[in-house]
Design a protein around this ligand. Structure first.
Ligand SMILES: [Zn+2]
Length: 299
């Protein structure tokens, strides 16, 4: 794995660009430097090639629980601007914010069953494995109750030795794996978006998730992570959020389903708002129904 020997911000600055571009970028070079220097990184086993299992892949943590590789971080830093003005939606009182792919809100195709395995051998204790599986199921149930999605725990791969293997290599229709990947408290858990390639489709637990005294509801943390899996972005990156909240976003066109909602499950606990129980707010439920339709159990 190649690692850059100078800061990403320096690299961005050294690239030749036209004066107009230069003027545009000057305003956020500081921001790029801040992100490049401050983004903590985590190391995951490299899963891009089966023959390179001993290599490692360094991913950078931005917005607390989004994992970006080197190239994605460069793009993130270079394009980052002050808090974007994300318009409120004409759709009214629903909530959540997604992002666009080819002009439409990003989502899993109709009928996709989000099958996953929980890699038992990654966890330090059997009790942690059981808790992870139980809480993931509970969080999945909460999303299934409010919109037309279906998660299914396929436990036939849970005991597999190769805990880093991409889910799709176990079985074509297995979408993601969930596993412990200790990150020393850099994050509590992390997930992925529908647009990320199969090797990146993992729900990661840090060992801090299992520590007594965690100030967030553990099922709630997974409701938030599964929100990303479904295609929802952080609520606190929107205009209207307190300035103290992290306000950055990747180079994506956001797709709001409603107005800014400080009680959203996708909102961090920052700037005096956010809900440490991470429950689905009334407007979260409406926004999720806009993207995925009514719960499958009601159709
Ligand atoms: Zn998040």
């Amino acid at each position: 794995m190649f690692f850059r020997d100078r800061t990403l911000a320096a690299e961005i600055l050294s690239r030749p660009r036209d004066p107009h571009m230069e003027a545009m970028i000057t305003g956020y070079v500081d921001e790029a430097a801040k992100i490049a220097h401050n983004a903590p990184s985590v190391v995951l086993p490299d899963v891009t090639g089966r023959s390179a299992k001993s290599d490692e892949q360094r991913l950078h943590v931005v917005e607390g629980d989004l994992l970006l590789d080197d190239d994605e971080l460069v793009a993130y830093a270079a394009r980052n601007a002050p808090r974007p003005l994300i318009p409120n939606s004409p759709l009214g009182d629903s909530g959540l914010v997604g992002f666009e792919t080819e002009g439409a809100a990003t989502r899993w195709d109709e009928g996709t069953v989000l099958r996953y395995s929980v890699m038992r051998r990654s966890f330090l204790r059997e009790a942690d494995y059981r808790r992870a599986a139980r809480n993931l199921r509970a969080a999945a149930d909460d999303w299934e109750e409010v919109c037309g999605v279906r998660f299914e725990h396929v436990d036939s791969f849970d005991d597999h030795d190769d805990i880093a293997r991409p889910a799709s290599e176990f079985r074509d229709d297995l979408v993601f794996t969930a596993r412990l990947q200790d990150q020393g408290g850099t994050l509590i858990a992390a997930a992925f978006f529908p647009t990320q390639p199969p090797p990146r489709r993992k729900v990661i637990f840090d060992s801090s998730y299992f520590r007594p005294g965690l100030r967030f509801n553990r099922v709630g943390v997974l409701r938030h992570e599964l929100g990303h899996v479904l295609g929802f972005r952080h609520e606190h990156i929107r205009s209207g959020a307190p300035a103290e909240c992290p306000g950055d976003t990747e180079d994506v066109t956001l797709f709001p389903f409603g107005d800014y909602d400080p009680r959203s499950v996708m909102h961090y606990f920052c700037g005096g708002v956010g809900n440490p129980r991470l429950t689905l707010s009334v407007s979260d439920k409406k926004g999720a129904r806009q993207l995925y339709g009514p719960p499958l159990s009601t159709r």
